[in-house]
Ligand binder design. Sequence first.
Ligand code: C5P
Length: 231
Amino acid sequence: MPDDERVLVIIPAAGSGVRFGGDVPKQFLPLGGKPLVQRVVERFLFDAVVTRVVVPVADMLLSAVKTAPGDRVQFVAGGATRLQSVMRGLEAAGVEFDLIAIHDAVRPFFSLDTFHATLDAARTHGAAFPGMPLPDTVHQIADDAISSTPDRSVLVAAQTPQCFRAEVLRDVIERAAREDADATDEAGLAAKYGHRVQLVRGDSMNFKITRPEDLVMAERIYAEWGGESDA
Ligand code: C5P
């Protein structure tokens, strides 16, 4: 990692997370007694390669998450969609970054090794993402029945942190804004706009907490790993 390289991490956390059920957006549910998003922010702040972490959150939460000037973490008002939240994060952070990573607030167990490998690949290729081969066969469905079965060997499940050279992400965001596109996955958007998005081997522990049972599993993992996952 070059010494003078500036790395920005954006963690979009402004969604309502309604699919999880309950009143609290899933990124604010506790893991080992702290909100998931806080666990994720702390893990990035632990990493010396990270210059700044920006967290877009819902307007109503902004007053609850004060930051002081000089802090490496900055909370900003999110937008109406995930992509708009990323855009607001990017605007708030300014232009002085070389590499930008976007990470799901609900993936607390990402590894710094995977993060660094993805940053390295983004520096070389422009954009990169961690992906995992699919353990299950995937079927396309029509009318509640299988219509086709894609070749599993050419499919991967996308994880985060997804990493970009700053000019690549800015191009993607500008084009998406012009087309009013939204996406849950910026790597896919970058590929759609013609950028090479390099695959880096993901990590099975880097799962996304989307269902109540995922959080139960995460608590068990957290209890088992203790301080190790606190890194
Ligand atoms: O709602 P969904 O699960 O697709 O959101 C994906 C991620 O994007 C979540 O972390 C959510 O907090 C974030 N998001 C956001 N701003 C929005 C909508 C979603 O930051 N307006």
